[in-house]
Design a protein. Sequence first.
Length: 292
Amino acid sequence: MRSNPLGFPYTHLSIQHPSVGPGKPADTNRFFAICPNMLGSSYGSTNAASVDPATGKPYGSRFPDITVSDIVATQRALIDHFGIEKLVAIVGPSYGGFQCFQWAVNYPDRMKGIAAVVTSPAVPRERSAGNVKRLTTTLSKDQNWNGGDYYDRGGVLETMTQIRISTLKTYGIETRLAKTMSDPKQIEAAIRDEAARWAQGFDANSLLILAKALQEFDTTPRFRAIKAKVLYVLSRTDRLFPPELAAAVMPALNNAGVDADYFLLDSEYGHSASGLDAQKWAPRLRQFIGSL
C-alpha cells in the first residue's frame, strides 16, 4: 500500500475516472486511492437487496433508515481496519461531496483536505423531504412495489427507468447527446437506453434509502469543527447545485476559520460537468492535492 491514501466516496466510481490514475491529479503513482461503496447503495454494499441472515430473504422494507453520518462511519471503520490514521484528501462529486463535508465535521483530524464537487454542505429539508415523497409516490404506483418487498414480484424496472430518465435530464444529458446527435427521437432513445441500463443495476430501495439519508443532512452549523483545507467546485450550468450557492457557502467557511478555496467550472454539461469536463478543473485539483 502506498503511504499517502486518498479517499473517494461515491455511490459508484469507475477506476477509469479522468481525475484518478498514473500522472493524473489523484496520481496513483504517488497515492493509494481508496474508493469505498456506500452503505445502502447497490454497488457491493449492504443494502435492502442484501440477504437478512435471520430470515434468509432480502431486507427489503425492513432495512433501517440511515444518515450520511452512518455512511461515513462505515468508511472510517474501513480506514481504521487498514491502520490508516490520516487521509491526504477526500474527494467526491454530488453525493460524494455530501460525504466530504460530513467527514470534515465528524472526523476533523482524519484528513488534510476535502474537495467537494458539484454539491453542497447541506440539503434544505423541504427539498430532501419533497424528493423522498416523490420517489415514494412514484414507486408505490408500480404494481410490483409491495412497499419495497418486490424482489420476488418481477421487479420495478420500467418505473426505475422513468425515474432515471427524469434525473438524467436534470443532470443535463441532452446537452451532451446534442454534440453527436441532432434528431430529437434519437436523443430520446439514447436517454432511455442509458436510463434502462442504470435501472437494471441499481436497486429501487437503495435509491429511496439514500434519499432518506439526506433528510437531516446539514453540516453548516459545525463548520468550526473543520480542520481540513477545502476546495469547493461548482458547475456554471448545474441546476441541482447552482453556482449561486458559493455566495453563502464560502463566507460561512471563511468566517468559521476554514482555509477554503472556490473554483467555478465553466461547463455546458450541468451536474455531469465534474466528469465530462474533468480536464477543466483537473489543474485546480492537482494544485490543491499538491498543497496538502
